[in-house]
Write a protein that binds this ligand. Structure first.
Ligand code: UD1
Length: 423
């Protein structure tokens, strides 16, 4: 398994270009199941989760080509409506195929994704929504079995604005003629990307004056050509890496308003920024970093996916910062690893208290999840000495070419595999 060796103590400097959004790409790729017409997507990042999604589409019977960031998906005979566990267990978002398959076939068998490192992560909100659309949902031998004589539009209130459930239900409703109204939905920018694709496919999708998502479905949908929105989590991660090393970095090709909360927090903490139409310049500073209290929340609140990279930055603040993780029950696995690098972090239930230290020091650490992995990279960039990060495959799930992008900014990050490479 690949590892990273990070030589710390170098300020990042230069320009980094943001890739297409992983979290928009996954549902948009899956939306191709709603039609037999060609689907062409541009700015598709080369990530493990994207490759897993492409394998899922192939397993379901689609023909897939991926070249230079463009994915072309074509029909290749009849589609299947069951998915092997082997693929689902690699990525929870594989459950997003349920909505499109249910609306196309009135029947789908999807292995239950189960728990993950971040906690239980049930799919009850997805299933309740499918039931409201007319499906019967049962669990048999570890599979969710969805079936319906006929589906019908409905008014559905989500008990929590789940991102995945919103996407799954809007994709399902797009192929059900009539008006489905989704209340208490997620408002993340990735939802707008899925909406844009469904609109191009022929469905009417819009937010009404009460903030409800209205989907007017059609009995058949078309193919699309679409460019995926910039990855706001990758953008934010590089801004945090730049700020943590007190570097001078232009994060280019992003949508700054998608990171409004993070930009406000960075400025409040004393990190100078220049915010353009499609870039953010993180500027050098020599004042102490102010500790802040942040609480993760659905968009436009502080993104849970930026909580771990933010914690790496706050490890160097002047005072005691606080993070309240309000979305996932178990998302502090990076904290003990940061402590191994000299950080002073105490966690209790959903709260982490981070007392800033003058310096982090390189250590042998382990990435336990995607964003927590990037937090260790940030810490390694600031630390004295060398940091060795194991289980880089977590980082590869969601960051395209992280060592290439960081090294172009003056970092020294080396990927190696102890089973293959000599060091
Ligand atoms: C998506 C993102 C992930 C991000 C998360 C929250 C993708 C591929 N992943 O994940 O990066 O961290 O949004 O912004 O887009 N929940 C339930 N029942 C459900 C569904 C969710 O209890 O049926 C709970 C989850 O356990 C979690 C919370 O709701 O505690 C938020 O989950 P959700 O918004 O659904 O996240 P995902 O869509 O899985």
């Amino acid at each position: 398994m690949d590892r990273f060796l990070v030589e710390g103590g170098r300020k990042l400097k230069g320009t980094v270009t943001v890739s297409g959004s992983k979290n928009a790409c996954l549902p948009v790729l899956v939306a191709s199941l709603l039609t037999d017409e060609p689907f062409v997507l541009h700015r598709v990042p080369d990530l493990r989760d994207v490759r897993t999604t492409l394998k899922i589409l192939q397993a379901l019977g689609k023909k897939v080509q991926y070249q230079n960031g463009t994915v072309t998906i074509l029909a290749d005979g009849a589609l299947k409506n069951t998915l092997p566990y082997e693929l689902v267990k690699q990525m929870r978002a594989s459950f997003w195929v349920a909505g499109p398959l249910l609306s196309r076939f009135k029947q789908a068998v999807i292995p239950l994704p189960g728990g993950c490192a971040l906690g239980a992560r049930p799919v009850d909100i997805h299933l309740k929504g499918f039931e409201r659309l007319g499906a019967a949902c049962t669990t048999q031998q570890g599979n969710v079995v969805l079936s319906a004589q006929a589906l019908h539009p409905a008014k559905i209130t989500l008990r929590f604005p789940s991102v995945g459930a919103t996407q799954n239900l809007m994709m399902c409703a797009a192929l059900i003629p009539g008006e489905t109204v989704l209340e208490n939905v997620a408002k993340e920018p990735e939802i707008e990307d899925v909406s844009a694709v469904l609109r191009q496919m022929g469905a009417e999708v819009f937010s009404d004056e009460k903030g409800r998502l209205v989907v007017r479905g059609r009995s058949a949908l078309h193919g699309v050509e679409h460019t995926v929105v910039a990855d706001r989590i990758e953008s934010g991660s590089y801004m945090l890496a730049a700020a943590a090393t007190r570097g001078d970095v232009r994060v280019e090709g992003c949508v700054p308003e998608h990171n409004s909360m993070l930009l406000d927090c960075l400025q409040e903490a004393g990190v100078p920024l220049e915010i353009g139409a499609d870039y953010v310049q993180v500027k050098p500073y020599d004042t102490p970093l102010k500790p802040l209290r942040v609480k993760t929340a659905p968009y436009p609140g502080f993104a849970t996916d930026l909580q771990a990279p933010w914690m790496a930055l706050m490890s160097l603040c002047n005072g005691t910062a606080e993070v309240d993780e309000d979305i996932f029950e178990n998302r502090f696995m990076h904290a003990p690893e940061l402590v191994r690098m000299g950080a002073d972090i105490v966690t209790e239930k959903s709260i982490a208290r981070i007392t800033g230290v003058k310096k982090l020091s390189g250590a042998h650490v382990m990435a336990s999840d995607l964003r927590g992995g990037f937090a260790l990279l940030i810490a390694g960039l600031c630390a004295s000495g060398v940091t060795e990060i194991e289980r880089v495959y977590h980082i590869d799930r969601g960051y395209e070419n992280p060592e290439g992008k960081l090294n172009a900014l003056g970092a020294r990050v080396t990927r190696y595999n102890p089973d293959k490479d000599d060091f």
